[in-house]
Design a protein around this ligand. Structure first.
Ligand SMILES: Cc1ncc(COP(=O)(O)O)c(C=O)c1O
Length: 375
């Protein structure tokens, strides 16, 4: 039973994961698009066996991710980084099928180092996007992400077989997405017609309840047919959304004008995007109409480090267990040891109800990240 597990821990729920994966399979069959998991969002490879039947492979950033994708997931392995060094190219050569450069200068200087048989792509920046925050907006002013249309020509793309656009962040608005795809098709169509494949990136909340999957499938199929390309999507959050809780325990209650429950975890260490994007977590045990309001405070030393403010039916007390919901994406990939806090263990609850431990961390793991030896 999960109640016997020591907090903090992440618990990935297989049944919830399969629900998302079934929707991905449906979109694939409606659209003919291929799907590669964005490892930057989620790379807990212990559950990849569950995902493999539903996805075509992985897309990675740094060379370590690329290797992990090839070794633990298999299928197609795409590599895209904002900046590759010559050494990075040598490191990824044995693993990637498709390599996407972020700039024309990277394409020009490194293409000669790319191993034969790897399909080359370039990231295009469409100049339009859907993102709620400027920090996560790939089309923000002076964006370094991708090549703008004004820099493109058929000559510079000689030998390039594909391209990638990533211009969405948590987009659940289908009409807005459709408008973006139509703009890209109109603006870049001349180039797209010459390519074999186009990746439309990630950032679309298409596995969420109520998302019009049929319409999305038809749109992707239209795009693919019109330009004669194999379409790819690079879902990260859409694969893992609503599958994972971060379980924590209340350690203390303090009241300095507001009741604050201090828990044995910290956003800065274990759920970093809560802090970066100022997006509070949601607590499973909370109740909007509850009489008792608490700040759910982290146990890091950062003054503003809190998970959320939430209301409860009953007063909280030390020893209570809380679950921060939807904690699968961009969490485990960003874990750090700030303050020497206990690192959350990682578990998977199988459909059978069995709980499998995927990882548990020790003092030795912490120590080894800091030095392997003294001077
Ligand atoms: C190039 C690229 N592809 C895919 C993704 C995955 O996006 P998401 O997890 O929002 O689906 C990202 C996220 O930043 C990205 O930068």
């Amino acid at each position: 039973m999960s109640n016997e597990l020591q907090t903090p821990y992440f618990l990935i729920d297989e049944a919830a994961l399969l629900k998302n994966l079934e929707r991905i399979a449906k979109l694939k069959s409606l659209s003919g698009a291929k799907m590669v998991l964005a490892l930057k969002c989620f790379s807990t490879w212990g559950v990849f066996d569950i995902m493999k039947p539903y996805l075509d492979g992985t897309t990675s950033s740094g060379p370590l991710e690329v290797r992990l994708g090839a070794e633990t997931f298999g299928g197609e392995t795409h590599g895209y980084s904002v900046g590759y060094s010559k050494q990075d190219i040598e490191a990824v050569n044995p693993y990637v099928n498709k390599l996407i450069f972020n700039s024309l200068s990277q394409l020009e200087t490194l293409r000669g180092d790319v191993a034969e048989g790897i399909s080359l792509g370039v990231r295009f920046n469409p100049g339009v996007s859907y993102a709620r925050q400027d920090l996560a907006n790939p089309a923000r002013q002076f964006s370094r992400l991708g090549v703008g249309i004004e820099k493109l020509s058929k000559e510079v793309l000689e030998g390039v077989e594909g391209c990638m656009f990533h211009m969405n962040c948590e987009n659940s608005d289908f009409p807005a997405y459709k408008a973006l795809i139509e703009t890209i098709s109109a603006d870049f169509g001349d180039y797209l017609d010459d390519l074999d494949w186009v990746s439309l990136g990630g950032g679309v909340a298409f596995t969420s309840d109520g998302y019009p999957l049929e319409e999305l499938g038809a749109l992707l199929k239209w795009f693919s047919d019109k330009h004669g390309v194999q379409v790819y999507l690079e879902p990260g959050e859409a694969v893992i959304t609503q599958t994972t809780d971060l379980a924590v325990t209340v350690i203390d209650i303090v009241d300095n004008g507001m009741q604050t429950a201090i828990v044995d975890s910290a956003t800065e260490a274990h759920r970093l995007d809560t802090l970066i994007y100022n997006e509070p977590g949601s607590i499973r045990e909370a109740s909007a109409k509850g009489e008792h309001e608490y700040v759910i405070g982290s146990c890091s030393c950062l003054a503003g480090d809190q998970f959320c403010v939430a209301r409860f039916e009953k007063p909280l007390k030390p020893g209570d267990r809380l679950h921060v919901m939807d904690s699968g994406g961009y969490t485990m990939v960003k874990l750090n040891w700030f303050n020497g806090l206990k690192m959350p263990s990682i578990y998977c609850r199988r459909q059978s109800g069995d709980i499998v431990e995927l990882n548990a961390f020790s003092y030795d793991d912490f120590k080894a990240t800091l030095s392997r030896q003294s001077v």
